[in-house]
Design a protein around this ligand. Structure first.
Ligand SMILES: O=C(O)CCC(=O)C(=O)O
Ligand SMILES: [Fe+2]
Length: 202
């Protein structure tokens, strides 16, 4: 599985992995996410603008929770181990030096969206690879649209969120957007980074 991801990233800049986690692991993550939501721990997501953090709901309408403790939940531990293995494989294949990752749960309410963007901040450039894991199916809406790596106007793939499905793509060159969700949409996103110190969260 890991070498296939590397090959696909090399060819297209993105890869879709079904069953990255099992249904029961995703259920466990959902339970954890819902506890955090009930504790009112989610916050409106911001977008970065020249190192200033802004909440701009015309670009992005969703709420997020940054994960600080992976030990709280066994499915999170499993997720962390699998993403770490992926990071090692990607480092070897692409001669990268990613050292850690930052992770957040995201909830898009019905009508939520995220306009076309790239994940790497132009000022810092430490995000190298993005991994988005979907925790529930979306029957309609909420698709992730991935644009062609050499032509940002051309759609390469429209990904339907499915429980356990993970999309991996380069954080710098791959434009993408989240279409309006028709129902509540749940995901766990990680950015693999090549710096050591703790980032400012966005
Ligand atoms: O949830 C998704 O499908 C993608 C989210 C995204 O692009 C982001 O958080 O930067
Ligand atoms: Fe993104």
């Amino acid at each position: 599985m890991l070498s296939e991801i590397c090959l696909e990233l090399e060819n297209k800049g993105w890869s879709i992995v079904d069953h990255f986690l099992t249904d029961s692991e995703c259920h466990q993550l959902m339970e954890h996410l819902l506890v955090k939501e009930n504790e009112d721990s989610f916050r409106s997501a911001g977008v970065s603008r020249h190192l200033n953090k802004q909440v701009n709901s015309s670009i992005r309408d969703s709420k997020i929770f940054w994960i600080n403790n992976f030990e709280e939940n066994s499915a999170l531990q499993c997720y962390k181990a699998k993403v770490s293995d992926l990071m090692i494989e990607l480092n070897q294949y692409f001669f990268l030096s990613m050292k850690r990752f930052e992770s957040q749960f995201a909830i898009y309410e019905r009508g939520g969206f995220y306009k076309k963007h790239v994940d790497q901040h132009p000022e810092t450039r430490h995000r190298q690879v993005s991994c988005v894991l979907y925790l529930e199916d979306c029957k309609e809406g909420g698709e992730l649209v991935i644009y062609n790596k050499s032509n940002r106007l051309e759609v390469d793939k429209c990904v339907t969120p499915r429980r356990g499905r993970m999309v991996v793509f380069f954080s710098s060159g791959i434009f993408h957007e989240v279409l309006r969700a028709c129902e509540k949409r749940f995901s766990l996103t990680s950015w693999l980074r090549d710096d050591e110190q703790l980032p400012f969260t966005i």
